[in-house]
Design a protein around this ligand. Structure first.
Ligand code: KIV
Ligand code: ZN
Length: 501
């Protein structure tokens, strides 16, 4: 029988640690439901002890998301482990993921602990987690820069203390496939040995662009769990891309000979949702989920694919959920036509969300002749996680030109009263932001602003992402609109509303 490869998704924990990502608990729950549809095996919902927001998200996911084993990260400290359990206890199946740094540089410079102290804390951490569950993962952080003999000693002690998964993190993305295999072979032989109840796992970062290659090479050395994030998001250059690993294993069964339980047809949808809620765009040529991943430009390639798809495609676009667009709506499409398009696209909306999406569709149809699947999807996605806040946009007027300072007048509904604010700036968006700021009683610094086209053409829709910082916290807002200034203002209001919430 072929071995099962466990897919451990850490989009909501390590992925969310990427700079500028600030997911609310509602957004994390929405992503978690989609990850469950994707059928990941383990879903790391967060690091419960790290903040009240993370605790809330882990608790809500544990209580409401069915399917995957729900995990929380915890340092090898009693308080962290107790909080992880408190957040996870409502889940049908849960895992506590205990970690402790083991490299010389981390122990000496960061933890200021001796190797003996690290060994002891690791064992105690695993034992404490075992009081709550028999599913305990242990990660020696910075494993690939750890003295190998010490790494083996700590991992063996963790297994003796009750860890059932030993995860080898390449925390700083330092490994290469060949040396990673060598290390993994040692871990497999000397830590797992003949213990069928112990799984060897890997967690690779992408600092040298090798995360997926390292993860795949580890399968050949016996790893049966791979950790990663959708779209490869994560600290610095990110983590292993789940979608790439899954499709590599599925496409090259002849090489990997392991089974994955993932529903690959959900990969594209999951990638889009994560991109939309994190505000991290997916590069056009990204493997599997990039919008050009199945696009053929050269005549020879197009000709070949028309004759036989396999001439230039090793995967079927439909297998990863990328289908050719078929639906076009317009100004005369009514409620029934819109509902029919959603059904064909496999989208289900509750009554209220449907009404809001339909209203937005009608407004767009007044400005744009043809509305295709990408635009419909963008409208619907905007309605799936709605941020109700005290302030909403009623109207916006901006003016300015080459020699005139741009000026904006914005009408906002502030707690039920419509008020007008005006502002000036270097450009129209800047002026609109200056006007909007006045409706909120706190200072917000704009830390990121991105405009990504949803479709091409002069009347294209754009997706606008705004990230602001208030104190030590970051908040993101998003909008889709054919008018970039109006969309920017909507996204800015959404981010500011999150602070108010
Ligand atoms: O990169 C890392 O070492 C981690 C661990 C906490 C698993 O994310
Ligand atoms: Zn990591």
């Amino acid at each position: 029988m072929t071995d099962r490869l466990i897919i451990f998704d850490t989009t909501l924990r390590d992925g969310e640690q990427a700079p500028g990502i600030a997911l609310t608990p509602d957004e994390k729950v929405a992503i978690a439901h989609q990850l469950a549809k994707l059928k990941v095996d383990v879903l790391e919902a967060g690091f419960a002890a790290s903040s009240p927001g993370d605790f809330e998200a882990v608790s809500r996911i544990a209580a409401g998301v069915e399917g995957p084993v729900i995990a929380s990260l915890a340092r090898a400290h009693p308080d962290d482990i107790d909080q992880a359990y408190d957040a996870l206890k409502a889940a049908e199946r849960f895992r506590i993921h205990v970690f402790m740094s083991t490299s010389q540089v981390h122990m000496e410079k960061m933890l200021r602990m001796t190797p003996e102290e690290v060994l002891k804390a690791s064992v105690e951490g695993v034992k404490r987690a075992r009081r709550y569950t028999d599913d305990v993962e242990f990660s020696p952080q910075d494993a690939t820069r750890t003295d190998h003999d010490f790494l083996i000693e700590v991992c063996r002690a963790a297994v003796e203390a009750g860890a059932t998964t030993i995860n080898i993190p390449d925390t700083v993305g330092y490994a290469t496939p060949a040396d990673f295999v060598e290390l993994l072979e040692r871990v497999y032989a000397e830590v797992r040995g003949d213990r069928d109840d112990v799984i060897v796992s890997v967690h690779c970062h992408n600092d040298l662009g090798l995360a997926v290659a390292n993860s795949l090479s580890a399968i050949r050395a016996g790893a049966r769990q791979i950790e990663g994030a959708i779209n490869g998001i994560g600290e610095r250059a990110g983590n292993t891309s789940i979608e790439e690993v899954v499709m590599a294993v599925k496409t090259r069964q002849d090489v990997f000979e392991v089974e994955v339980g993932t529903d690959t047809t959900q990969l594209f949808e999951t990638s889009r949702l994560v991109s939309r809620l994190t505000g991290y765009p997916v590069q056009y040529n990204k493997a599997v989920v990039g919008r050009n991943a199945f696009a053929h430009e050269s005549g020879i390639h197009q000709h070949g694919v028309l004759r036989a798809r396999e001439t230039y495609e090793i995967m079927d676009a439909a297998a990863v959920g990328q289908r050719p667009a078929q639906i076009v709506l317009g100004k005369h499409s009514g409620r029934a036509g819109f509902a029919d398009a959603l059904t064909k696209m496999g989208i289900v909306l509750e009554d209220e969300a449907f009404a809001r999406a339909f209203e937005k569709f009608k407004r767009l149809a007044d400005r744009k002749v043809n509305i295709g699947e990408a635009e419909i999807r963008a409208i619907v996605e905007e309605e799936s996680v709605v941020v109700e806040g005290p302030v909403s946009m009623v109207g916006l007027h901006v003016s300015g030109g080459n020699d005139v300072t741009p000026q904006a007048v914005v009408k906002l509904d502030v707690g039920g009263t419509v008020r007008e604010f005006s502002g000036t700036g270097d450009g129209m968006v800047h002026a609109a932001f200056a006007a909007i700021r006045q409706a909120f009683p706190f200072e917000a610094r704009l830390v990121d602003y991105r405009v990504v086209p949803v479709t091409s053409g002069a009347d294209a829709m754009a997706e606008i992402n705004v990230v602001i910082r208030v104190g030590d916290d970051t908040y993101a807002g998003r909008s889709v609109n054919t008018d970039v200034v109006e969309g920017s203002a909507e996204a800015f209001v959404e981010a500011l509303n999150k602070v108010e919430k």
